[in-house]
Design a protein around this ligand. Structure first.
Ligand SMILES: Cc1cc2nc3c(=O)[nH]c(=O)nc-3n(C[C@H](O)[C@H](O)[C@H](O)COP(=O)(O)OP(=O)(O)OC[C@H]3O[C@@H](n4cnc5c(N)ncnc54)[C@H](O)[C@@H]3O)c2cc1C
Length: 368
């Protein structure tokens, strides 16, 4: 008898996993998601800056997959059941693919939950878009890839807005020297003020406080310092790391529950050399393919191959007319080769479109 596969979360990795499982196994596949719309999270800074994003009904993306639009509130691994907010009837699974993604971390610094805006979810980004109508100074907190994309997008689309970026380390610390140089030129061109080596200790309605006690003024604060994951895995008793990410082996299978696989941001997957994969589409899509491949192999009585993954590049948009493609070694460390300007912007756009399109053509190899 073929198993009932339930996928929890219809983001980049869950939707791909569901379509791929239906295609390769011809078994019953159910996808559970809190909303009936697919959120292109990698475009949420565009939404926040006022651009219209395409409407993506999930139903139209699925082939041979049943969609349940509801929020999972708990998982019972003994009974293999998923409890739902909107239905008294839980869903039974034989194999679970856990893919509920991540959200903004609002708890680690005082005042963030009360006063800050984020680009981590569709509703939050739409809230920020509305807020910007009455803003004159925005402080983006975080000098990583999300902070860079948000600051440049907001500055480009709102030329009258003063954008300031504050980061506890160096802006674009994971980039090569060439990459960082291009970043600084772009920030200069867009008039974005940069404050480095300054840790934010509190967010207030009128800006942020820095570790020396200095007040960094802004009428809107955008928090981009990191993502956190839902508590479902921890509460269910699955093995999780200190951040609550499901610990999986090199076939993406839970190390504590062999009928459960974890993919995307909510799973702590590792390459065969032990390096942990960062939260990204770039890792979520291959991990979804790997997990389904492992399920197919085990059902056929074969030993699954371990995750074979290497990084190629980091693709960072800098508004709509510029971008930075930072080429990297297999371990994600930067080499001194970058692509910038309009070609890079086109490259990044093609990558973002590819991450969406692969959902409907799930057998295509991914390179995000
Ligand atoms: C502004 C921004 C820019 C980014 N740019 C890039 C980039 O350029 N390149 C890159 O590789 N990555 C980028 N990322 C990161 C990337 O978006 C995430 O790593 C990716 O979305 C993770 O995919 P996922 O499938 O794990 O989860 P998600 O895409 O977060 O999807 C999870 C899904 O699960 C659903 N869900 C969650 N909890 C429940 C529940 N209890 N019940 C039912 N459904 C639930 C959610 O509603 C959602 O639909 C960016 C992120 C942001 C915010």
């Amino acid at each position: 008898m073929t198993p009932h596969i339930v996928v929890l979360g219809a983001g980049y990795s869950g939707t791909l996993a569901a379509n791929l499982a239906a295609k390769r196994l011809k078994t019953k596949v159910t996808l559970v998601n809190a909303s009936d719309r697919f959120v292109e999270r990698v475009r949420l800074h565009q939404l926040a800056s006022g651009q219209q994003l395409p409407d993506r009904p999930i139903e139209a993306m699925l082939k041979g997959v049943r969609l349940i639009v509801d929020r999972a509130t708990g998982i019972d691994p003994e009974q293999r059941l998923i409890q739902l907010a909107g239905s008294a009837e839980p869903i039974a699974y034989d194999t679970l693919i856990y893919a509920p993604g991540s959200r903004a971390d609002l708890e680690s610094t005082p005042g963030v939950a009360e006063h800050a805006y984020t680009v981590a979810g569709a509703e939050q980004s739409a809230r920020l878009r509305e807020r910007l109508r009455e803003s004159s100074v925005v402080a983006v907190v975080g000098g990583g890839l999300t902070g860079i994309e948000a600051a440049t997008e907001l500055a480009e689309s709102h030329p009258g807005l003063k954008v300031r970026l504050v980061t506890s380390g160096e802006l674009g610390a994971t980039l090569s020297q060439r990459g960082r140089r291009h970043l600084r030129r772009t920030f200069g061109r867009l008039g974005i003020e940069i404050r480095e080596q300054a840790k934010v200790t509190e967010v207030r309605a009128d800006g942020v406080l820095l570790n020396g006690g200095e007040h960094f003024a802004a009428d809107t604060v955008v928090w981009t310092t990191g993502f956190t994951v839902p508590d479902l895995a921890r509460e269910a008793g699955f093995a999780v790391d200190e951040h609550g990410r499901m610990i999986v082996d090199e076939t993406l299978r839970s190390v504590s529950h062999p009928d459960v696989y974890g993919v995307g941001d909510a799973a702590a997957a590792r390459k065969s050399d032990g390096q942990e994969l960062r939260m990204a589409c770039a890792t979520g899509l291959p991990s979804a393919q790997q997990a389904v491949g492992a399920i197919v192999a085990r059902l056929a009585g074969r030993e699954p191959k371990p995750l074979h993954f290497r990084y190629f590049n980091q693709c960072i948009s800098l508004g709509r007319r510029d971008a930075l493609i930072q080429f990297v070694r297999a371990d994600d460390s930067p080499v001194e080769a970058v692509l910038t300007g309009r070609m890079a912007a086109l490259y990044k756009e093609a990558v973002v479109r590819g991450a969406f399109k692969v959902q409907s053509y799930p057998s295509v190899p991914t390179m995000v």
